[in-house]
Design a protein around this ligand. Sequence first.
Ligand SMILES: [Ca+2]
Ligand SMILES: [Ca+2]
Length: 247
Amino acid sequence: MIVKKAVIILTIAVSMVFSGIAYIYAEGQQKMTILYKDGKKQVIYLDESSCNILTIDFSTQGMAADPRKQYTDTSKQYTDTRGNRVAVPCGKLAFADRVVAYNIGNPAPTDRRAMNPNSALGEPDYISEEDSYKRPVYPDVTLGCGGSITLEFTRVSLVDVQGPDLYIFETGPAVEPAMVEISKDGFNWINVGRVSGGKASLDIHNYVSPNDQFRFVRLTDLRSACGGNFPGADIDAVAAIGCITVQ
Ligand SMILES: [Ca+2]
Ligand SMILES: [Ca+2]
């Protein structure tokens, strides 16, 4: 493994002379970052056990004076509607960005603007109830009593990291309980617990094997808040805090 890694590094080092590479650094055993003089960046993820290249992530972000600082700047902080600060290492890439399914519960929300599943995609954009009412489509999707939404991460895989791995941006002062399941293929699901009562982060550690990678998350309302105009959980965004980028 060490020999193989040395060959990879040597190959890259030789190519530096010809290709305009400005800087290379390794982070632990699994990740190498290459910064080019024109500002492009490659992150190479290695399989620790075999040293095979797993993925290569290309980025064209501008290079800062300190290349390591530029790399860590992919991490972003977000604030949920209860004022909790959430650090997301993969930044905006780490948010679910495709709707697979949306099954509206019963009763459903009374306002059609709360029933657009695309509102759960991308970075959180909920500001306030007052702001929401001004929009043609609300920034969050309401599941309805017992309803569910299935989302996909197309730009990252969800993985187990130290501490919380998944963050559900649910809107409103209280988290309406929702069951959270994850899947590699969209067919076989693992129940990883629930978000409720202000706890919007989940640690998948006890439910998965090391190096498992997941693409799908399914949220199902647990029927505890079925009254009013917006029954069930209201989802603004879903982030993979534990994330690795995929091509
Ligand atoms: Ca974890
Ligand atoms: Ca949203």
